[in-house]
Design a protein around this ligand. Sequence first.
Ligand code: ADP
Length: 543
Amino acid sequence: MIGDSIFEADLGRTAANFAPETPLTFLTWAAQVYPDKIAVVHGQKRFTYREFDQRCRRLASALQRRGIDVGDTVAVMSPNAPAMLEAHFGVPMAGAVLNALNFRLDAPGIAFILSHGEAKLLITDREMSPVIKQALAKQERRIPVVDIDDVLAEGGELLGETDYEALLAEGDPDFRWQPPADEWQAITLNYTSGTTGNPKGVVYHHRGAFLNALGNALVFGLSRDSVYLWTLPMFHCNGWSYPWAVTAVAGTHVCLRRADPALIFPLIKQHRVTHLCGAPIVLNMLVHAPDDQKVRFEQTVEVATGGAAPPSAIIAAMERMGFRVTHLYGLTESFGPSTYCAPKAHWAGADLETKAREMARQGVRYPTLFEQAVLDPATMAPGPADGETIGELMLRGNTIMKGYLKNPKATTDSLAGGWLHTGDLGVVHPDGYVEIKDRSKDIIISGGENISSLEVEETLYRHPQVMEAAVVAHPDDKWGETPCAFVTLKPGAKDVTAENIIQWCRERLAHFKAPRTVVFGPLPKTSTGKIQKYVLRQRAKEF
Ligand code: ADP
């Protein structure tokens, strides 16, 4: 036992050799080391690291003066503008917990979160006021509101008693914030999208946010020369922990209110952007942007993608446009990314298609994650690393959530047996790289055989006229289920028939995996840009 060791006697933990880990120290550090460096760009506005730090301290101090205390929730509804970034530091500097709201939710969704998360204060961008006004009308408590009157907002009612800049003016720019008494203290609250029933409130801790930020910086190669464009919404798992990661290297944050290719390409050129993140559909949008929007840039731009499986065709198309893709996997419960497809030496000589197919694997754990494994959820035993034996991907370590707010049953189930159960089914290849085959609820079972919907989609995306595809189970009397494909064709595609698509798949997949039914049209998406397979499953039942 370590307590009896000679290395324990008289060698205790003191303030000299132990401090709670928190990502808030990254900002203090950046402001001390690079006070005059540009930290934040927003339209014509610029904030140096000194100013960014002072604005966050002001926010923390003003919140405390208004009675916000340790452990209180502060909700923020804002696109990727400076106030949202500042909230990632200022709110926890006051000891409070940031609840970044998903601005694509409707009023009942927001109303549920404000009430379940017990927000003590709401800071909201004026453009979001129609939904917020309705959500507030549904509250039993009165929640004080602060309006963000952002220079780039396109109108919208002001709902609150005060304005964000006035709130900052109330605060002390030299406010001495206290680190959390315990690094396990809550830092943020993020709601999952709740495809079945009410969303769950995932609680993050300071320690995990600190570590995952550093994991991001290592895996994505961030440095003080990095210029990070905010194409990924900060409400999604706190922007996958990037507000803290970019600050940890004193990089430059370029804000962006809308992930629109017409804005993204010019900003990449203008600010010499080096890094950005986005779900595969954002990448697909960049790939299929009209030619006149695709402003050319000279630098290689690093793009991290995840949140859903990126088809290899999208990875390859991005690389052809001058981006270098890093594939990340993770979930809200793991502070965003936990896993990445670490680059391999032989990719340098490989043709793009082969490389992109390998890059489409989810890969290995972040260096900051303790362990990842594919286990049989019934026995918790690992299977062979043969690229075929399917199990559930499980994660454990210091970058896993504290649990779900006010939901002990869901927390216990999710963390049972000392692992986070991701609900994703995958295999381990002989090189140790994990490949996700499906979310457990999406896998198709046909004649007793498993069909990975992702594998069929991967084949569909390689069809030259297919822009988007999703495959779900279609009930079948004989086989139990058969694959049904929903397909959106590229603009200008012609003469593509269902038979044509089925034939394409039969030539490239085992015949039982090829879709039996093909439906053309737009695909329904969730508020975080994922295809809503449960809606498609419902539709597939109707024919
Ligand atoms: P929600 O559950 O609300 O969609 P999350 O962002 O937590 O929100 O979703 C996490 C899920 O997204 C994972 O469990 C997995 O199914 C999917 N996912 C994330 N990244 C990838 C990836 N790189 N490849 C395949 N699936 C992914």
